[in-house]
Design a protein around this ligand. Structure first.
Ligand code: URP
Ligand code: ZN
Ligand code: ZN
Length: 470
């Protein structure tokens, strides 16, 4: 890194990060980072340290802020609502080094996409403490909605989630094909929740008839092949249309093989996994005293032999991102709704805060490089979701969204240290070798030495551009 110019030296910056190791998806280098007016102004060696604030980052990594492209804040589900608001959830995210989220706006029955987005903006605008964007989860895919999609893409919401499962939400293969074509022709992206509905519905009927109501039967009702079959079908629909597809929350080898096959065939298919599928397993459903309910999510946790293939796929690029599917329900009162029937347990688990620490554990355990961690946690999410290069990297001109990560701050994750508004973490006791310690969001230092110092509600809506197909 060369000396800064005279002009740079004379400039007064808002924040200067000194002495840290900058890590992007492609490079690792020592540099000071100068921040002004919400953006990264320059990378160099000796800036005018008359900045409003100088932060000593010696011994720390300076990473692009994490981008979690799969969250559910304040989401109604099964007669209750996920516990984190945009305010509490975004503060938790910031503590975990995440500076942008893409949340799923759920279309109400009979609502236009625009109406449903207006509803989601009302929850988030002026409340979110980090930058945020929305996918639209389409629950009522009519011809009118298909016609509305191009305009919604132009307005900065290029990604749409479609469900292949859940009666009342799922779309037919024919509708899926139509949506892929609209996305293909208008710079959009179809995200898919892939599980075979008939397999799941039949299994639930049989299990309940046999009196099998405990949380572990949630996993039994949704086997890996039910996900693999639907993923394979979605991939083939993407190949038939040459449509762009992003598989959300991929859990297992059966699905991964389908994604790999489609990508080898040249399809525009990408996929995300989540930390829960890398670290937790069906064993967790065996925990006593109804604790298995904490892990009830869809698709469910899988036998542990699925974890190594997922890590390898992150390393070799077959999987492109890790998001959290953060969807927190309290154990007390919410998960307990399914005490006598696993189908009544609200689906979802928290995770927006410990994602970066858990992904760093993968680096220390030799699963992939630190650059690859940055790629799957920030750069690829930014590219695929139409936010790059404004976000997802550390370069002059990019938003000053930064995670200052201490690779020495090791210790077990525990619920008491987290800021998620929920009464447990699924990662209790898992040892992580390092942690984010300070976070800069849009040039504002919001977390300093693990303490919230930001102003609330200062996050901005991200109007996204065209997804990049990786
Ligand atoms: O169980 C889950 N994953 N809940 C959130 C909704 C979804 O399908 O992503
Ligand atoms: Zn889903
Ligand atoms: Zn989800």
């Amino acid at each position: 890194m060369s000396q800064v110019s005279k002009k740079d030296f004379e400039m007064t910056y808002d924040i200067i990060l000194t002495g840290g190791l900058v890590v992007t998806a492609s490079d690792t280098f020592k540099a000071d980072v100068a921040i002004k007016d919400g953006c990264i102004a320059a990378l160099g060696e000796k800036f005018n340290t008359d900045a409003v604030k100088t932060i000593d980052c010696s011994g720390k990594y300076i990473l692009p802020g994490g981008i979690d492209v799969h969250t559910h804040m304040e989401m109604p589900f099964g007669g209750t609502t996920s516990k984190d608001t945009f305010e509490t959830g975004s503060i938790a995210a910031a503590h975990g080094g995440t500076t942008s989220i893409v949340d799923f706006c759920i279309q109400g029955k009979g609502q236009s996409l625009r109406e449903s987005l207006d509803g989601w903006h009302a929850k988030a605008d002026g409340k979110s403490c980090i930058d945020y964007a929305f996918h639209v989860a389409v629950t009522d895919m009519t011809d009118e909605v298909l016609c509305e999609m191009p305009e919604i893409i132009k307005q900065g919401y290029p990604s749409f989630k479609l469900f292949m499962v859940y009666d009342g939400l799922r779309v037919s293969d024919g509708t899926f094909l139509k949506a892929l074509k609209v996305a293909r022709d208008n710079g959009g992206l179809v995200c898919v929740h892939a599980e075979n509905n008939d397999i799941v519905v039949n299994n639930i009927g049989e299990l309940l008839a046999e009196g099998k109501t405990a949380p572990k039967y949630h996993a039994a009702s949704r086997p890996p092949l039910a996900e693999g079959e639907a993923t394979g079908r979605a991939c083939k629909l993407a190949r038939i249309t040459d449509g762009p597809l992003y598989v959300v929350h991929l859990t297992c080898s059966d699905s991964l093989e389908e994604v790999v096959r489609a990508r080898k065939a040249g399809a525009s298919v990408m996929a995300e996994t989540c930390p829960q599928y890398l670290y937790l397993s069906t064993e967790n459903y065996e925990e006593p005293n109804f604790n298995g309910a904490k892990y009830v999510m869809s698709p469910p946790l899988r036998p542990a032999e699925n974890q190594a293939p997922l890590w390898n796929a992150l390393k070799n690029g077959d999987l492109q991102t890790v998001a959290t599917d953060h969807c927190p329900f309290d154990f007390k009162g919410q998960k307990e709704m399914g005490k006598d029937d696993f189908t009544k347990i609200p689906n979802g688990a928290p995770g927006v805060e410990p994602r970066m620490s858990l992904l760093y554990k993968g680096v220390v355990e030799g699963r992939y490089s630190l650059n690859k961690m940055v790629e799957v946690a920030s750069t690829n999410p930014a590219k695929i979701m139409g936010m790059y290069p404004q976000k997802g990297t550390i370069a002059p001109g990019a938003d000053a969204d930064i995670c200052i990560f201490d690779p020495e701050k090791s210790g077990p994750i525990n619920h008491a240290e987290l800021h998620e508004n929920v009464d447990y973490t699924t990662y209790e006791g898992i040892d992580v070798p390092g942690r984010p310690v300070s976070t800069i969001s849009g040039g504002r230092l919001v977390v300093e030495n693990q303490k919230w110092i930001g102003e609330k509600g200062k996050g901005h809506f991200i109007k996204r551009g065209t997804p990049i197909i990786l």
